[in-house]
Design a protein around this ligand. Structure first.
Ligand code: SF4
Length: 584
């Protein structure tokens, strides 16, 4: 079989069983791999009425269709399950090289169900798979755990992923770390591991992937790399990386500052791209990536891979924090103890705002360093009253303290770092994302008409559809100019069959609708496609968008246009005709 390993690994942690099953080939030309194929397996296996942390909830890990080949930037690794934070179907993905390692071990994907009687890790050494005791690792942070997992595997080249105390404590925004500083970041994948008593997974794969026409495949891959990838549209990731976006969003006036109160951080230079460059000590690339955007920084002897833009903003500007050294420490602590930097930063910022508004004093104030740093570990370990409160995330904190008007999330997932009052398309993208507020589904940030609803709806729909197929190939987001023609050419050469860009575009739309149908079955409605009061009822302050709003009327107008464009009814339900056209 070309391109695919042809096998799925199933691990039932309740029964302690490990089995192989053939990859379902009937689904491949409809869902391809990664997000799409994992979503297909998940929706066939999961009960929409069952809670995310129930032992029966499956976690589906899936490699991209092109993973393990020399297709550029194709090495991310997807996981689909239900989020303990949002309750929705949830796709999360991680960079590095652990996905291709699984494929080289002989598996396209892995389905994990059940709950072990005590802490365990899964060891995969090609076809030799076992469930091992992890009692000695429970309670340990991620960096130490990953080292121990590699030692246990007997192979320093093995790839690993693990949770820290946050995942063990079922924090709804706990992440899974992989290869130090890479994360399945959002939505609480770490809590899913914790609910299964699964501390981590270590993988060693020594096999390869077959393609139908190697010469042609390499030619297509090299041409795509030279003519499309390594061009001005993408090289910013190599030269500056995501810290450049600190400068860009400040210039645009939609850079979340002080809990989404201001659109500019007047001191952004202290944490912007030039400051991060000065602190950079080395770079790192994921497998099959000539861009190598990963930057290690160090200040005062504390080093981290990052901080990426979202961390610089949500853990920086949004907390009134303009000290790069403190943000590096914050980033490192989040990564090691296992919490998502976006949600953690946003929740701390909300707590700071609550103090400023006289609602509650958690000892956290905008720009204050010491408490900002110490509270991260308190959240991950649930060791203090305020740690337990902030572990609720912004939605839970708002409910407990009657402060929902300061909570900035959609479907319970905290906003990434682009304020929709400066671009209504970002608001629609957050409101309609299947996993809550997310910038990885559609990204109309650079639209020349940021308040033109009709144009933005078209951009959001096409972005969501294309990302459906891009995440099914597990292609990194920083190949911003990749398109379905390039992907179709790579797949055609690899499979020895004609794959068209049109069928990939249709697959992307199918995947988007599949996720929507699961959420509808799980009880979500059009009412959940919304934005928080802080965005809908207050105006942005300062900068080029001073006074800009995105009102309920704006959102309602965009939603109805969006539903119509998607051929969904006025309640946001895909019509029978649309489902038939997509074979759903
Ligand atoms: S651009 Fe960065 S995140 Fe993307 S594959 Fe390359 S190194 Fe990894």
């Amino acid at each position: 079989m070309y391109l695919y390993a042809g096998k799925i690994l199933r691990v039932d942690l309740s029964a302690g069983t490990i089995t192989d099953e053939p990859l379902n080939r009937d689904w491949l030309r409809q869902f391809w791999g990664g997000w799409g194929l994992a979503a297909k397996y998940f929706t066939e296996l999961a009960n929409p009425a069952v809670d995310a942390l129930d032992a029966s909830t499956p976690m589906i890990f899936m490699t991209g269709a092109l993973a393990g080949t020399l297709a550029p930037l194709s090495g991310r690794f997807c996981m689909v399950s239900r989020s303990p934070q949002t309750g929705t179907i949830f796709e999360s993905n991680v960079g590095g090289s652990i996905g291709p390692e699984l494929k080289h071990a002989g598996y396209d994907g892995m389905i994990i169900t059940g709950r072990a009687a005590g802490p365990v890790f899964i060891s995969i050494n090609d076809a030799d798979v076992s469930i091992e005791d992890a009692g000695y690792l429970w309670g340990k942070p991620i960096f130490e755990t990953e080292k121990a997992l590699k030692a246990a595997s007997g192979c320093p080249a093995a790839k690993s992923m693990a949770i820290g105390p946050a995942g063990e404590n079922l924090i709804p925004f706990a992440c899974v770390g992989s290869e130090a500083y890479r994360q399945f970041g959002r939505g609480g994948v770490g809590a899913l591991f914790g609910s299964k008593n699964l501390k981590g997974v270590v993988i060693r794969g020594t096999g390869g992937i077959r393609v139908a026409d190697m010469e042609k495949f390499l030619s297509v891959a090299r041409t795509a790399s030279a003519e499309n990838l390594m061009t001005e549209a993408n090289l910013w990731a190599k030269t500056d990386g995501t810290p450049l976006i600190v400068n860009v969003t400040n210039e645009m006036g939609l850079h979340p500052t002080r809990n989404f109160t201001y659109g500019v951080n007047e001191d952004f230079g202290a944490i912007g791209t030039e400051s991060v460059k000065k602190a950079t000590i080395s770079q790192r690339a994921c497998i099959s990536c000539p861009l190598g955007c990963g930057k290690f920084t160090s200040v005062d002897g504390v080093a981290v891979e990052g901080p990426e833009y979202e961390t610089l903003c949500l853990g920086g500007s949004n907390c009134g924090m303009n000290d790069l050294g403190s943000i590096i420490k914050f980033n490192r602590t989040c990564d090691d103890w296992g919490v998502d930097t976006i949600t953690t930063g946003a929740t701390i910022a909300m707590a700071m705002d609550m103090k400023e508004m006289g609602l509650h004093d958690f000892g956290l104030e905008f720009g204050g360093k010491a408490e900002y740093l110490s509270v991260v570990e308190e959240i991950a370990t649930l060791s203090t009253d305020r740690g337990r409160d902030l572990a609720l995330g912004t939605r839970g904190l708002g409910e407990k303290y009657n402060a929902g008007h300061l909570a900035v999330n959609s479907k319970g997932l905290e906003f990434p770092a682009y304020d929709p009052r400066g671009n209504h398309g970002m608001g629609l993208a957050y409101a309609t994302s299947e996993r809550g507020a997310c910038h990885l589904r559609a990204f109309p940030l650079f639209s020349e008409t940021p308040f033109d609803h009709e144009a933005l709806v078209a951009e959001v729909v096409s972005g969501q559809n294309f990302n459906g197929i891009k995440w099914s190939m597990c292609i990194c987001d920083f190949w911003g100019s990749v398109n379905s023609t390039i992907l179709a050419d790579l797949l055609s050469a690899a499979l020895g069959e004609t794959v068209t860009s049109e069928e990939l575009d249709l697959a992307g739309e199918r995947i988007w609708n599949l996720a929507r149908l699961f959420n509808l079955k799980a009880g979500f409605t059009a009412k959940d496609d919304t934005l928080p009061d802080k965005i809908l009822k207050t105006a942005l302050k300062k900068g080029p968008n001073d006074g800009s709003t995105m009102t309920s009327a704006d959102l309602a107008d965009m939603k109805q246009r969006y539903y119509t464009s998607r051929e969904w009814d006025s309640n946001g339900v895909p019509t029978q005709a649309k489902r038939a056209a997509l074979s759903l």
